[in-house]
Write a protein that binds this ligand. Sequence first.
Ligand code: 2AM
Ligand code: CA
Length: 255
Amino acid sequence: MLDEISEIARQAGLLIKSCSVSPNKASEKEGKGNFVTEFDMKIQRFLKEKLKDLIPEAEFFGEENGEDDMRPCRLAFVVDPIDGTTNFIRDFKHSCISICLLKDNLPYIGVVYNPYLDEMFCAQTKNGAYLNGNPIRVSNMGLNNSLISFGTSPYYIDKADKTFETAKTLFKYAADLRRCGCAALDICYVAAGRCDLYFEYTLSPWDFAAGSVILKEAGGIIITSGYKELDYTKKCAVVASNPVIFKEFKNLIDF
Ligand code: 2AM
Ligand code: CA
């Protein structure tokens, strides 16, 4: 099943690479910095058809369905056809396809594919996490000299003060910060030890569900505000981290 879902993500990746879009062709949805293009829709239609063929009984929740929250159900695909839409529009070449299969509302399989680098991150619960077939693992860096990435939730401007306060607090200890514009890849980069911790104050399940399986299988921790378990049916704040830096983050930040 993991291989079949990866293959579908790879085909969608080819579609992404074959599209080019100009910033003025994108339309804004739900506020500043929250864009959608005809390609998000097109790729979502492609994924829905292929994934429905694979598991007909699974529900399909995609970012472009227009629903904010998801219904609880036994089997569901949670999909972002293009995570990093702003990057896509600007030809930044840092976007991905994110596909999660939830079983009883918990992530079971996660696939995140970056077509620009041909990087396929994937994991199945209890089977480890892989990048292009090679096992990946979180780093064991503490906060000092770490590399921290974060998202700015640009479409929820009320989160800006909190976001930049947290970023500033961490920056004092870290080697540096990154803001790359693609939540699913941010989480996978923590899983692969390329970054040590990532946070964002509002994400949707299609941004974090697939990455969460990959991160947990790579030995990482992912939680929401109040240091609680993620809810895979709702928007929420997210911290994704290696276990070492997580302890320090918890002591410093009232997340
Ligand atoms: P997108 O590119 O698929 O829209 C940017 O900070 C990150 O947040 C991106 O991964 C982006 O995904 C995601 N994002 C965009 N709009 C969002 C929204 N309304 N709610 C939650 N996450 C969103
Ligand atoms: Ca998207």
